[in-house]
Design a protein around this ligand. Sequence first.
Ligand code: AVI
Length: 322
Amino acid sequence: MNQALGTTALNTVFDENRVLKQELLDGLFAEQKYINSKFFYDEYGSQLFEKIMQLPEYYPSRTEMVLLEKYQNEIADAIGENKVLIEPGAGNCEKVQYILPTLKPKCYVPIDISADFLFECASNLQDKFPHIDIHAVADDMRAKVVVPDAFKDHDKVVFYPGSTIGNYKPNEALEFLKHVRETAGKKGGLLIGVDLQKDKATLDAAYNDEQGVTALFNLNVINHVNKLLDSDIDTELFEHVAFYNEEHCRIEMHLQSKANHQYHLDNIGQVSFSEEERIHTEYSYKYTIDSFSQLAAQAGLKLENYWIDDDALFSVQYYVAL
Ligand code: AVI
């Protein structure tokens, strides 16, 4: 297995804290307060997300894995042989394992900002799939991808499972798809997991589970903010709010304040929360096959094939560069 620390990763180590702090402050001092959903994922938040994926109400992860496994042969046929498979934000490289045995790419390039974790997972994967050249890159997922020289002439396919695309606003999703199109290049492709629009009751339940794990996940973002800003904002004074906004086809997550409270942040000033004020923490957009393929078309990607489960909950879609 090869591994590389990308330039963005090296730079981010330098500036990360300052940039992240500023981003948080911009959100907390905005007219309509917000915290970017990337702040969910500190160590505890990542553990909670693992639990969310196991919840009976949270269908996306389970359904996507069933689709990847069930249709692995058709997916491999659609994509073709000898590809370089690139996975931005690969995390634990779990989902790719459903398609590697049939797709048999020449080279797999998982990219993730958490270097140690990525290299460990990629090395385990290399033991399982000795015939695939695994080249792990620790970098921001939007970094320019450098494919090893030996595979420069092979067609590239980007793999982006997990319906993470839903956490981008449509204009951000379009920017990301353009980046994918550029990365994949001529004759390139994109295999992507996209959550589908469905009845409000199913969606509301998926983000308001009975055990309250999603509520903990949402509230934990305040703990992460406190660590980064060295503040002591009281988590207990917020409650989890999540609902499907049918007009905008998106789940909205917020933290709603239960009281008036304020905090002094050193060298910055006073941040106040009034009773019932909401901090926006996440959007999770839901698409139809048509609405997503129209978005992808604007990025120069054409829908080639797609797979959905019998209940039409989730989709895996394959696009080729126009
Ligand atoms: C990571 N992402 C696709 C999840 C979603 O469903 O939008 C994050 C999540 N938020 C609450 N539950 C799960």
